[in-house]
Design a protein around this ligand. Structure first.
Ligand SMILES: NC(=O)c1ccc[n+]([C@@H]2O[C@H](COP(=O)([O-])OP(=O)(O)OC[C@H]3O[C@@H](n4cnc5c(N)ncnc54)[C@H](OP(=O)(O)O)[C@@H]3O)[C@@H](O)[C@H]2O)c1
Length: 316
């Protein structure tokens, strides 16, 4: 259809972009088409998206010209960077610049930038409640995304700044599920004390983003935050226990202990959880469940997500 609006989706073979691509494909009469950007159009994930009806286009966010080519003729773009592939805030910034410049030069009507807070606005480098990392960040994978917001504004691109939440899918894919302790009982480790953590099923991020595109320019120039629920670690452990059919203890480790766990990114994540803990009111307030449900009526609760996914959480 000539008036079909093409959305160029970065990360289409991944979690956020994959959710958006599936949301667009699931609504063939919605007036939108999905252009899935990937570095490898031959990968099984890219091929699967093509089979489902997405236009697969090869693009490397490290190559600004390839981004411009991938955006040509599109209506909008979903922009997301994958910090965990390279651990480089500078690279995230360069990729954001490439997407913003391409969006401007190809005249996109609407872009969603998947962003997070620049935590240094709340915790300046001089605040020693948490260590400064890489010389100039508190939570590098947050700070770099928040810092890149201005790149889209400066370029004059109509942008929705989308504050996402902790994926519940991290319990499956990121090793964050409950683990058996020395007593043989399952423990869910999360350095959140008694504070609430906004969380979301990753597919719902994509559906919310689709809701934003469907509303036209209503959210252009605005920052919105999404979450499925705001839950304490104790509430999450209780839900996990019910879904798994065995007791799950909440292990509220201190931030210092989490930062010292030693896996790549542990300090970054320890600082991140401390930010979410120390600024709970702001952080939860910025992620509206009501707005998320308005954008995406299929929004899942943690219990609903667990009913479908608990068996996929590795417990070993
Ligand atoms: N885990 C969480 O709870 C959480 C919460 C909020 C935000 N985030 C943020 O989410 C981001 C990652 O998004 P995700 O979880 O959706 O990713 P993901 O599932 O890990 O997949 C990464 C995607 O990025 C694409 N990609 C990476 N580098 C690329 C490049 N140079 N050019 C083109 N495409 C590239 C990959 O595509 P190909 O390999 O096909 O090229 C793939 O589709 C991170 O920056 C993280 O900070 C995570």
């Amino acid at each position: 259809m000539a008036d079909t609006k093409i959305i160029a989706v970065a990360g289409a073979t991944g979690a956020q972009g994959g959710g958006l691509t599936r949301a667009i494909l699931a609504d063939p009469s919605g007036g939108f088409a999905a252009r899935a950007l990937t570095r490898d159009g031959k990968s099984s994930k890219a091929q699967e998206l093509a089979k489902q009806g997405a236009e697969v286009v090869t693009c490397d966010l490290d190559d600004a010209e390839s981004v411009r080519r991938a955006y040509a003729g599109a209506h909008g773009a979903y922009c997301v960077t994958n910090y965990w592939e390279h651990f480089s805030p500078e690279k995230e910034m360069a990729q954001a610049r490439a997407m913003a410049a391409a969006a401007k030069s190809t005249g996109l009507a609407h872009v969603i930038w998947s962003t997070l807070e620049d935590t240094r606005r709340w915790v300046p480098l001089s605040d020693d409640r948490m260590p400064t990392l890489m010389g100039k960040y508190k939570v590098p994978h947050f700070d770099s995304k928040g810092d890149a917001n201005h790149v889209f504004t400066d370029a004059g691109v109509p942008t929705t700044f989308l504050l996402t939440s902790f994926y519940w899918d991290n319990l499956i894919h990121f090793g964050m599920g409950p683990k058996k302790g020395p007593d043989g009982k399952l423990a869910f480790t999360l350095p959140m004390g008694d504070k609430k953590l906004p969380g979301i099923a990753v597919d719902d991020i994509g559906r919310c983003a689709y809701g934003v595109f469907k509303r036209g320019g209503e959210y252009a120039g605005k920052t919105i935050g999404i979450a499925g629920e705001h839950l304490t670690g104790a509430q999450m452990a209780a839900s996990l226990g019910k879904a798994l059919g065995q007791e799950v203890r909440y292990n509220a480790v201190p931030f210092e202990a989490y930062r010292g766990f030693g896996f790549p990114g542990a300090e970054d994540l320890g600082n991140m959880f401390q930010f979410k803990h120390d600024f709970e009111d702001y952080y939860c307030g910025a992620r509206s469940i009501a707005l998320s449900r308005a954008l995406n009526p299929a929004l899942q609760t943690f219990d609903a997500w667990l009913a479908k996914n608990a068996s996929r959480i590795p417990l070993a």
